[in-house]
Write a protein that binds this ligand. Structure first.
Ligand code: RFL
Ligand code: PHB
Length: 396
């Protein structure tokens, strides 16, 4: 067996959760190593989240990651809801005093990778067959192999930041974990294109043909999604077919003014609500998509991951530097309170905006009544806005 090396926190996964955790721990002087199954290029090539809550932006700013986001991020004061051929604006600033920032997950990941490189933090990319051992005792260890051979890493704690398909959650005995899941019968077909966004703010559209979302990455780069069947394959959708279908699902003004162009990325994402409880197993902690998934309607996934990591970093720092277990003992419960509220919001917003064939005509009538209520009631608009911009944090 190779000679074990040692670190304080072994982090599995170099997505936004793992990289941000490594960053926060490093700033507090806590030694950590990140193990990532893929290459750095692969991780950066995944097109995912686009919308950051104010608390996410604040955390990135406070920890020295804000420079490019400040320059390139697009601050949005509201969103639009489209139904019945018209658009209705939800004004976040008027309703909550808060805003959101459009800044892609790819850019956040890029900034985190740059920061890690600058302080010399270790990330092992293309780490294969990562396995977690003895996290229910006091001397956890992680093993893997790569092009250089077999490796063993002893540590004080393991952070499972390896997403929904990772090994961390899968390594927990079934009797110790409870999971809750709903898989939707539809997905989102998304494209990225170097065309100016159709509107300065996001448009969430409820249409008889299915949901559509107009989002963006910059003033010259658009991100659009349409609800599609889960059985469809992305190759069945030419760019022209996508643009035609998108325009059919928007109000006449958006349909007429939309600038179209070749796609630079096109993919189908399934929709799922999922929570694993608890999020701590001895010296193993799950964070981000490893512990929970929300459907993307409402843009909560990345923000929830950041919220977990904020709690986890503080808890681990307390445990390692101050020898106090208070944070780690409350980690799971604290996270899950926020997680379930985000699950509720994402489920509600998905239910309100997508086509569910099984609910029939009455389902559509009820959606329409709820949308009318949402845009005409100050109380209902405020509830939507406060969830979208991000619920306040309990003390971390
Ligand atoms: P990630 O990003 O999945 O990263 C996990 C990392 O772990 C690695 N890994 C392993 N490493 C070592 N050994 C193993 N055995 C491993 N198995 C896996 C993986 O390669 C990967 O690098 O999870 P993380 O860090 O928790 O981040 C979560 C976010 O990525 C996710 O919640 C968001 O992207 C969700 N999401 C959105 N969230 C938002 O807050 N706002 C949005 O606007 C938003 N839009 C979206 C989204 C997700 C989407 N898709 C495709 C799922 C839009 C879409 C279309
Ligand atoms: C995105 O820009 O990718 C995006 C925006 C809002 C969502 C989901 C995804 O609700």
């Amino acid at each position: 067996m190779p000679t074990p090396r040692r670190t304080q926190v072994a982090i599995i996964g170099a997505g936004p959760s793992g990289l941000l955790l490594g960053h926060l721990l490093h700033r507090a002087g806590v030694d950590n190593v990140i193990l990532e199954r893929r290459s750095a290029e692969y991780v950066l090539g995944r097109i995912r989240a686009g919308v950051l809550e104010q608390t996410t932006v604040d955390l990135l700013e406070e920890t020295g990651l804000g420079a490019r986001m400040r320059r390139e991020g697009l601050v949005h004061d509201g969103v639009e809801l489209s139904f019945g051929g018209a658009r209705h604006r939800i004004d976040f600033v008027a309703l909550t005093g808060k805003r959101v920032t459009v800044y892609g997950q790819t850019e956040v990941t890029h900034d985190l990778m740059d920061a890690r490189r600058a302080f010399g933090g270790e990330t092992v990319y293309e780490a294969l067959d990562v396995a977690l051992h003895d996290f229910d005792g006091v001397t956890p260890r992680v093993t893997w192999h790569d092009a250089r051979g077999e490796h063993v890493l002893d540590c004080d704690f393991i952070a499972g930041c390896d997403g929904y398909h990772g090994v961390s959650r899968a390594g927990v005995p079934a009797a110790s974990i409870e999971t809750y899941e709903r898989v939707y019968r539809f997905g989102w077909l998304g494209i990225l294109s170097d065309t100016p966004p159709v509107s300065p703010e996001l448009i969430y559209s409820n249409h008889a043909r299915g949901f559509a979302l107009c989002s963006m990455r910059s003033p010259t780069r658009s991100r659009y999604y349409i609800q599609c069947s889960i059985d469809e394959h992305v190759d069945q959708w030419s760019d022209d077919a996508f643009w035609d279908e998108l325009r059919r699902r928007l109000d006449p003004h958006a349909a007429e003014t939309m600038v179209i162009g070749p796609s630079i990325e096109k993919s189908i994402a399934p929709l799922r609500s999922f929570v694993a409880e608890p999020m701590r197993f001895g010296r193993l902690f799950l964070a981000g998509d490893a512990a929970h998934i929300v459907p993307p309607t409402g843009a909560k996934g990345l923000n929830l991951a950041v919220a977990d990591v904020r709690y986890l970093a503080n808890a681990l720092i307390e445990a390692l530097a101050e020898r106090s277990n208070a944070g780690i003992d409350h980690y799971s419960e604290r996270c899950l309170r926020r997680v379930w509220k985000a699950e509720r919001f994402s489920w509600w917003f998905t239910s309100l905006t997508h086509r569910f064939p099984e609910t029939g005509a009455i389902g559509q009538k009820l959606q329409r009544a709820e949308l009318d209520y949402l845009v005409s009631s100050h109380a209902a608009s405020t509830a939507m806005a406060e969830n979208y911009v991000g619920l306040p944090f309990e003390d971390s």
